[in-house]
Unconditional design. Structure first.
Length: 449
């Protein structure tokens, strides 16, 4: 009996020890395992950026929360590299300025409530150290490939939008053509970065081309004219930044290959033109009508005249509180007294359709400074690291991100939307985490000697 009890006790102990080891393995996995998961997470996120709507926001929130937990339980060493600090600190500054200008008001509770969504701008503080568990050279390829896959999925969606659901503007599952057009611009730019980065890999070249085609079609079918203005710049950025790679690839082609590639490019352009022609003609007719209402000063407010009225009222409001603004909760309270009476009766908008005026009304000049610090920080970081491995691709991604957001943001929405905030934050974190850390730089320098 004693022997049986001893054997039973040993069995229980073995099971308990096995459970404890399994639990610790789950709680504290090796860095290599977490690095591998990071690559998959980055890939999935950029697929969702193109086609997932608020799914991208959910993934960003979950990964950010998990990164915070990992830092608290010390699964991940909480350490910021010198190159991480401009992005992390500028994001924190932006969130702090927008929050303080809202809560330092008599109705501070209302200001605190509208500032809760700004907590997402703290995510890079914890997410970047987590992403650094992945070798820096693996992050951007995962992001670019994910974007190309997402853009490829947009291609059949664009065809359905053009020929089956042709009545409205394409918005995917984002629920709004504005954010959808911006995420499609980002997808287009990243697909082109993959295209100019994939010489000699046919499957990747085809994937990048289909991704770019689907994303470009989606931008046009969204009908967002501000995003249309950004389209040529988003296309140009990767080609200009990576011009040496483009020139090298083209110069190595035979005459026959150039003819085939030129024919394929022409077919793609004609295909996009055919798919989007009806939508483009319709929006051009709307543009003509909107311009007539703007310059003829008709009693009805069209798209352009309504924006002009909001811009005029916003500038008048800003002149009364130029330094600290009115607080986010008082955006419409601040501009409403300056609206034309007929505008209030005929127009219904949820935002000012200009990011600079929105920030200036909310937080004044200090908000504008914090805003530009945040939106320029990823490109600044990438530019400073341009001589390191993947420097050209990194800067192309950062410049694409800025152009894809800022140009549409001058006439529509840029931030203060869950999808747009999440895509900006996560992409910026990937850009920064792709910069080699001090140890990796030393290895790269020694191997190049």
């Amino acid at each position: 009996m004693v022997g049986e009890r001893a054997l039973g006790g040993n069995s229980v102990n073995r099971h308990a020890s096995s459970f404890r080891k399994t639990f610790l393995a789950l709680l504290y996995p090796p860095p290599e395992a977490m690095g591998s998961r990071n690559r998959l997470s980055v890939f999935v996120f950029f697929v969702l950026t193109a086609v997932g709507g608020s799914g991208a926001s959910i993934v960003c929130g979950v990964l950010g929360s998990w990164a915070l937990i990992s830092a608290v339980v010390r699964r991940v060493p909480f350490r910021l590299e010198r190159t991480d600090r401009p992005v992390v600190f500028s994001f924190l500054l932006y969130a702090a300025v927008m929050t303080l200008t809202a809560v330092l008001r008599p109705d501070w509770a209302r200001g605190a409530k509208v500032s809760v969504p700004l907590l997402v701008f703290l995510i890079p503080l914890f997410l970047i150290p987590r992403l650094r568990l992945t070798p820096s050279g693996a992050l951007l390829p995962a992001a670019l490939t994910g974007a190309a896959v997402g853009g490829t999925l947009l291609l059949p969606a664009s065809l359905l939008s053009a020929f089956v659901f042709s009545a409205g503007r394409m918005e995917g599952i984002a629920g709004n053509p504005g954010p959808f057009s911006v995420t499609s611009l980002v997808t287009l730019g990243l697909s082109l970065c993959l295209l100019v980065n994939a010489p000699g890999r046919r499957w990747m070249t085809v994937l990048a081309m289909t991704g770019a085609t689907g994303a470009a079609s989606a931008v046009i079918l969204s009908g967002m004219r501000g995003s249309w203005l950004a389209l040529p710049f988003v296309i140009a950025v990767p080609l200009i930044v990576k011009w040496r790679s483009v020139h090298h690839v083209v110069s190595k082609m035979s005459r026959r290959q150039r003819l085939w590639r030129g024919a394929a490019f022409s077919i793609v352009v004609l295909l996009i033109g055919y798919v989007v022609s009806t939508k483009v003609v319709g929006r051009l007719m709307s543009t003509e009508s909107d311009l007539a209402q703007l310059f003829d000063r008709t009693p009805q407010f069209g798209s352009f005249s309504a924006r002009a009225e909001m811009y005029r009222a916003s500038l008048a409001a800003i002149s009364e509180a130029p330094v600290f603004g009115y607080g986010r909760q008082h955006l419409w309270d601040a501009v409403r007294p300056y609206f034309d009476a007929s505008f209030m009766d005929s127009a219904h908008f949820t935002h000012l359709h200009n990011i600079l005026l929105t920030i200036a009304v909310d937080a004044g000049a200090v908000g504008i400074v914090a805003f530009f610090a945040m939106v320029l920080a990823p490109a600044w970081t990438a530019w400073r690291a341009r001589s390191l491995p993947e420097g050209g691709t990194r800067f192309a991604v950062a410049a694409t991100l800025f152009v894809a957001y800022f140009i549409p943001g001058l006439t529509n929405i840029m931030f203060f939307h869950d999808i747009l905030d999440a895509v900006w934050i996560f992409t910026a974190a990937v850009i920064v985490a792709s910069v080699p850390a001090g140890e990796e730089r030393g290895i790269a320098a020694r191997s190049s000697r």
